[in-house]
Design a binder for this molecule. Sequence first.
Ligand code: GLA
Length: 390
Amino acid sequence: MLPSLIARKTFKKYQELYSVKPLVSRSPGRVNIIGEHTDYNEGFVLPAAIDKAVYVAVGKRGDDRIELHSIEFNSSYKTALSEIAPREGQWTNYVLGVVAQIVKRGHSISGFNLVIDGEVPFGAGLSSSAAVECATAFALNELFGLHIPKEELIFIAQKAEHEYAKVMCGIMDQFASMFGKKDHVVKLDCKTMDYEYVPLKLEGYKILLLNTNVKHSLSSTEYNVRREQCEKGAAMVKKHHPEVNSLRDATLEMLDKYVASSEPLIYQRCKYVVEEKRRLLEGCEDLKAGNIVALGQKMFQTHDGLSKLYEVSCKELDFLVDAVRDNPEVLGSRMMGGGFGGCTINIVKEEAIDSLITKLSTSYSQAMGLELTPYIAIIEDGTSLVNMED
Ligand code: GLA
């Protein structure tokens, strides 16, 4: 793969700053076909890595200092390895959180310089943060010869998000970024971490992402609240069924019996998750059987569940899904990722994409006063080093 423009820019900036050649890694953003808010409930997800990535250039220093530079934010930060700490709302958390985890696991590293740039839009539900974490973890692993397997790097990246960004995310984003495979989606069992690559054959259809340009700033607190609500529901069921450790093991009947009357809100949240678990498994079979129409219908159902039961949508996302519901050229549409903003994911007939974008851009900006940003998602490989000699 030839280094992209952004990879070259990141490499060049590093050389300008430090006059030596760095090692460069890339890690992509992701889409998720179906299976939302199921990962932290030990359910399944169906994500894929996309052709928009974050690039990290790194090199060793002779001391224990860390120097970070973000091209996108035109911002630098310097610290000592022994003094790293979370800084609320700062981009450095996604890098330093990874460093903290590597050190915590007993690996020995010294000071380094790091330059970062990316093309995964922030707050769009495409997991730019996981891309930063995975690119950093991968680069440092190579730079210091740590030999940490990719299977562990993803948990290092996830913990960075928990402890430095304070979002109690599941494992989907980091997994998809690291293990993505060109032209495939990954069916991941978040309980056992078993996974299967499923070819994404859309036969004349494409994945169109429509970014609402509403940044999901609310999402981190609400995300953690949803996670707690699910855990509470699972604990209520467990009292009667000790074998139930998470909503993965719960059924609708159990929720009806033990949660519905005493905790209606918790019930609503858990009901969505248990229904989504089934939808994903069936949707994955639809995909394998080439029945994209059936898969698309499930995507609309997922959106309704996320909007009405799980309540993580917003009026802009609902507008975009409602706008294509009766359009025969759009097989499926739903909000994607954590929620409260970001993108919808749509399966759209190839020839209809341009006219749909034109139509929706106008109606969306008239109704919401915001610009709509479309992307066609191309499914790519996960995290890798970038060979800058090419
Ligand atoms: C965010 C989290 C993921 C997952 C999704 C919702 O992207 O990082 O772990 O929970 O939301 O499916």
